[in-house]
Design a protein around this ligand. Structure first.
Ligand code: PEP
Length: 251
C-alpha cells in the first residue's frame, strides 16, 4: 500500500504564507513520488488552496483536507462546518478527534465517531486520531486508551470502517519535540492493526499513520516499521524543505 503523508497546518497560515508554502512544494515535488500527500488546512483557506492546486500542475496529486468536521449534517450549529461543505471544496480528508480537539473542545469518543460517520457519508476519508497522554502511558494504559478510542469509531461505522485512516498520535509527542521511538510506535500500530482486522476483512488496506514530532530526521526510521503507513505532520508541514524531505522518506 502507498504511504500517506498528511500535513496538519493547525491554526497557522495566511493568504501570503500559504501561497509561498504551496509554490515551494510545487517546485520540490518529484514526479517519481509514490506516496499520497495531503494538506489539512484551516477552513477559511480551503478555497485558496484548491485554487493554488489548479494553478500549479505539480500539485495535481496533492489532496486537500480539513482539520475537523461537524458531527451534524446541517442546521443551527453556529460556527460548525459540515461534511457537505467540505465536499463542496473538494476535500478528500478530514482529521477527526485530534487530541487538541479532545482536550480544548471536550470532544468525546462518541462525538468523534459521529464526525467520522458524517465524513464517510460525504465521501470524505476521516483521519481518526487516537493516542494516550503521558500520564496514561506512565500508568500502563496506552493500549486500553487507544483501543477504546478506536472502538467507538468502529462501533458507529460498521462495514465502512475499511474507508477510514487511523493516526496514532501519542499526546506527549505532539508539538513537544519528543517522538515515540519507532519500536514504541510500531507496538501500538500493531495493536491497532489487530483491532481493525477483527472488525473488517479489509483491514490490511487501512492506512495507520504515526503523528507526533515527526520530522525530516526521524521520518525514515518511523516509516520503515511494518505497520506505519505514513505520517500526520504538524510543525514540520509548515516548512516546505522539511515536508518535502518527509515526503521523500515515504517514497
Ligand atoms: C499534529 O498536530 O497532528 C502533530 C503531529 O503535530 P507535530 O508534528 O507538531 O507534533
Amino acid at each position: 500500500m502507498n504511504k500517506l503523508i498528511a500535513g496538519n497546518w493547525k491554526m497557522n497560515g495566511s493568504l501570503a504564507a500559504n501561497e509561498a508554502l504551496l509554490s515551494a512544494l510545487a517546485q520540490g515535488w518529484t514526479a517519481a513520488l509514490q506516496a499520497e500527500v495531503a494538506v489539512c488546512v484551516p477552513a477559511p483557506y480551503l478555497a485558496q488552496v484548491a485554487a493554488l492546486k489548479r494553478q500549479h500542475a505539480a500539485l495535481s496529486r496533492l489532496h486537500l483536507g480539513a482539520q475537523d468536521v461537524s458531527h451534524q449534517a446541517s442546521g443551527a450549529y453556529t460556527g460548525e462546518v459540515s461534511a457537505a461543505m467540505l465536499q463542496d471544496f473538494g476535500c478528500r480528508f478530514a482529521i477527526v478527534g485530534h487530541s487538541e480537539r479532545r482536550q480544548y473542545h471536550g470532544e468525546t469518543d462518541a462525538r468523534v465517531a459521529d464526525k467520522a460517520r458524517q465524513a464517510l457519508a460525504h465521501g470524505i476519508t476521516p483521519i481518526v486520531c487516537v493516542g494516550e497522554t503521558l500520564a496514561e502511558r506512565e500508568a500502563g494504559q496506552t493500549v486500553e486508551v487507544v483501543k477504546r478510542q478506536l472502538a467507538a469509531v468502529i462501533h458507529a461505522n460498521g462495514h465502512c470502517i475499511s474507508e477510514i485512516v487511523v493516526a496514532y498520535e501519542p499526546v506527549w509527542a505532539i508539538g513537544t519535540g519528543k517522538t515515540a521511538t519507532p519500536e514504541q510506535a510500531q507496538e501500538v500500530h500493531a495493536v491497532l492493526r489487530a483491532q481493525l482486522k477483527a472488525a473488517s476483512a479489509q483491514a490490511e488496506r487501512i492506512q495507520i499513520l504515526y503523528g507526533g514530532s515527526m520530522n525530516a530526521g526521524n521520518a525514515a526510521a518511523l516509516l520503515a516499521q511494518p505497520d506505519i503507513d505514513g505520517g500526520l505532520i504538524g510543525g514540520a508541514s509548515l516548512k516546505a524543505p522539511d515536508f518535502l524531505s518527509i515526503m521523500a522518506a515515504a517514497g
